[in-house]
Design a protein around this ligand. Structure first.
Ligand code: 5AD
Ligand code: SF4
Ligand code: FES
Length: 351
C-alpha cells in the first residue's frame, strides 16, 4: 500500500505519456493482487428526479422545469425482480434529495420489502442524499447496508463555487452526514467530480487524501460533464477538454487504487459519455464496480443529471450482455449473484 503525500499525488496526477501508462499498469496489478479481476454489479434504480436542491452542475436541479417523476412501488419491485433474473447481486437506489416523512418512510418500506421478496439475496445500496442520522438508521435497520454520498469536493471553497450559498447546501452538514453513515455501520462510499470549473490538481490531491483519512469502503468518482441547462455551463469552455478530463479521472482512480488497494471503486457511466470505452478504461485503471441501469425506459430521459448519458435507450438484458462482452474483452469477469462487498470494509470488521 502506498503512503503518498500531497506532493507525490500532484506529481502522479500530472503524469503523461509513459508515466501515465506505468501508473495504469501498477494500479491494475495492485487491484488484481488484492481483490482480483472480478467486476461486481449494482443494478441502478433512478427512483425519482424530485429534488430539493439546486446544485450548479446538475440537470435535475430544483429550478429546472422538467417533468418530475417517482416510480410506483410496483415498478421498483419489478426492477428488483429484474436484477434477480439478470444475476445482479445488488441494487442501488438513487434519488433526488427529499427529507419529508412521506419520502423517507417510503424508502424504508421499499428496502424492507425488497429484502423480503429477494430472500435477502439482493444487497442494497442507497444514494438518497443528506438525511438526519435517525433516517439513515431506519434505512439501515430496514436492510440497506451500503450508502453513497459524494462529498463532490473536499475543499469547502470549491464546494461553495459549485453549490448555491443556501442552508440546503452546507459543506459541514454534508460532511457530518458522511460521518453519521460511517458511525452507523454502513459501507460508506463518497467521491467527487473531476474536471470541474475552478478545480485544480491540488484540490484533487486533497480529495484523495480525504478518502484515505475517512477510510471509506467505496469511492465513486467520475468526470464532470457540463449540462447546458445549469449555471456551471457558462464555464464549459474553461474546463479541460474531454480527453484530459477522462485521463485525469483515470489518474485519480489509479492513484486511489494504489493508496487503498481493497476498496470498491466504481467505473462511472459518465466515463462512457467522454469515450466509447470510458468504463473499460476505468476498470483497467483500478475500478471494480459497474452500475447498469434498471430504471424503466420511459423515465430515463427525465433523469439526465448530465447530457449524453450512456445506455439511456438500452434494455436491461442488452446492458447485461454488453457488459459481459466488454469485460471479457479486457480480461475481467463479472461476479453474478454476489453482493460484492468492499474487501476493505470486511477485513476491517474482522479486526
Ligand atoms: N457531470 C457529472 N456528474 C454529475 N453529477 C451530477 N451532475 C453531474 C454532471 N453534470 C454527479 C454528482 C452526484 C451524482 C449523483 O452525479 O457527483 O453526486
Ligand atoms: Fe439534487 Fe443530487 Fe442533482 Fe444536487 S446532484 S440537484 S442533490 S439530484
Ligand atoms: Fe448498456 Fe452497453 S452497458 S448497452
Amino acid at each position: 500500500m502506498e503512503q503518498y503525500n500531497k506532493e507525490d499525488l500532484i506529481r502522479l496526477l500530472s503524469s503523461q505519456g509513459n508515466d501515465y501508462k506505468m501508473l495504469m499498469k501498477r494500479a491494475l496489478e495492485t487491484k488484481k493482487l488484492h481483490i482480483g479481476n472480478t467486476i461486481y454489479l449494482r443494478g441502478l434504480i433512478e427512483y425519482s428526479n424530485i429534488c430539493r436542491k439546486n446544485c450548479f452542475y446538475c440537470g435535475v436541479r430544483k429550478d429546472n422545469k422538467i417533468v418530475r417523476y417517482q416510480l410506483s412501488d410496483e415498478e421498483v419491485y419489478q426492477c428488483a425482480d429484474m436484477a434477480m433474473e439478470l444475476g445482479y447481486g445488488s441494487l442501488a437506489i438513487q434519488s433526488g434529495e427529499r427529507n419529508d416523512r412521506e419520502f423517507t418512510d417510503k424508502i424504508t418500506e421499499l428496502v424492507f420489502n425488497i429484502k423480503q421478496r429477494s430472500n435477502n439475496k439482493l444487497g442494497i445500496t442507497l444514494s438518497c442524499g443528506e438525511q438526519k442520522e435517525e433516517v439513515y438508521k431506519e434505512w439501515f435497520d430496514a436492510g440497506a447496508h451500503r450508502y453513497l454520498l459524494r462529498i463532490e469536493s473536499s475543499t469547502p471553497s470549491l464546494y461553495y463555487k459549485i453549490h448555491p450559498q443556501t442552508k440546503e447546501h452546507d459543506f459541514e452538514t454534508r460532511l457530518n452526514a458522511v460521518y453519521s453513515l460511517l458511525s452507523l455501520g454502513y459501507q460508506v462510499g463518497t467521491g467527487v467530480m473531476i474536471g470541474l470549473p475552478f478545480q485544480t490538481i491540488e484540490h484533487l490531491a486533497d480529495d484523495l487524501l480525504f478518502f484515505k483519512k475517512l477510510n471509506v469502503a467505496m469511492v465513486g468518482m467520475g468526470p464532470f460533464i457540463p449540462h447546458p441547462d445549469t449555471p456551471l455551463w457558462q464555464y464549459h469552455t474553461q474546463i479541460p477538454d474531454d480527453r484530459t478530463r477522462l485521463q485525469l479521472t483515470m489518474k485519480m482512480i489509479a492513484c486511489l487504487r494504489l493508496m487503498m488497494p481493497k476498496i470498491n471503486m466504481v467505473a462511472a457511466t459518465a466515463n462512457q459519455t467522454l469515450a466509447e470505452d470510458g468504463r473499460e478504461q476505468a476498470v483497467l485503471a483500478g475500478a471494480n464496480i459497474i452500475m447498469p441501469n434498471l430504471t424503466p425506459t420511459k423515465y430515463r430521459e427525465q433523469y439526465l443529471i448530465y447530457p449524453d448519458k450512456a445506455c439511456v435507450g438500452d434494455k436491461p438484458n442488452e446492458c447485461r450482455n454488453c457488459l459481459y462482452g466488454r469485460m471479457k474483452k479486457i480480461g475481467h469477469e463479472i461476479g453474478y449473484n454476489l453482493w460484492g462487498d468492499s474487501q476493505a470494509f470486511l477485513s476491517q470488521s474482522e479486526d
